[in-house]
Design a protein around this ligand. Sequence first.
Ligand SMILES: [Zn+2]
Length: 381
Amino acid sequence: MKLLGREQLETLTNFQSGDFFTTSFFLDTSKNRLSKKEIQLSFKNLINSGGARLGRLSLPKSQKESIFQDLDKIKAFGSRNLPAYNYVGLAIFSCSGLGYWQEFHLVKSPRNLIAFDRNPYVRPLSAILNEYHRTCLLTFDGKEAKWYEIYMGEIRLLENLKGDVPSKTKEGGWEGYSSKRIERHRASRVHDFLKQIAQTTFRLMQDDTYDWLFLGCQDEHCLELEPLLHPYAKKKLKSRIKIKPGDSTGKILQEALAVKDLLKKQEKDEIIKRFQAELERDGLAVSGLGYTLRKLNRGEVQTLLVARNFSQPGRSCPRCNFLFEDEAVCPSCQIETNPLVDLIDEAVQTALNSSCEVKHLNPPSQLDRYGHIGAFLRFKA
Ligand SMILES: [Zn+2]
């Protein structure tokens, strides 16, 4: 199934493999960046490295057998589906011992990874979900309002409302009413309709389903609606876009995605600007792997910035879980550290576990000049 939201993540997180291990498998299948051959090769390499790691694990026979079957099933899935696979990423979670199998088609490429653990390794999925803003788009004119959900490149109609608003009058009276009076009557009906629209918008947004609100309407209507919106909805209002209720969903989606890209780019530029400013004044930021890890280990990081797909081996202390570039012995516990295949993934996981925000920046960005990683700090130690 396609990865769509936090509910799926929660279901995954709730899965307990008991005595068995769960195999978590992630593959970058982006055909923009990789040839079919390269994808097949990294698939094969991942399965092989999983097999080699399994060989070194000392586990009871039934547990080993379960992981072995996982690898077999993933391999079979790959040869069946990869040749015509149309998503840019694949995630599989399998625990054969309990007959558990879950596959996700991803709209954003993950890092290649295979892991055996007591629970599904869900961090890469959460990183992908963090990238997307579930958006409620409201488009209306004086007569009709439509609410759409836009998420992960798809659009769906949420609600449709028709207002009881008379048409604009032509010059001259009508059944004894002056045109001015009819116009006033019309304006008050429009106002009632806008109030109804504001209420519906709040009802749709109040349970925190949506991160952003977009408005598509003529300026006069937008100006009249905005003061009527609940402060909660107003806070989420991110942009106005040039669409009408009568526009096709294709057109609406296209316009909304263009605005989203722009907003995301602005967000990225702002983060980098703030980051550079903090570094220059020796304020609440650090850059480079060494400094960032030190701050992360001490729990001083507020937001971790990492270039997407930046990865590097490293080490971690089995007792205090501190992360190091190359310390063979943990300086505080005085015990030997363990090798890590991907130090950056562990850093992301540490950050998420200590409720830091993680921002994955798509290269190229100015972050690359600072060693592909950095952080905003909670306080200055
Ligand atoms: Zn330690």
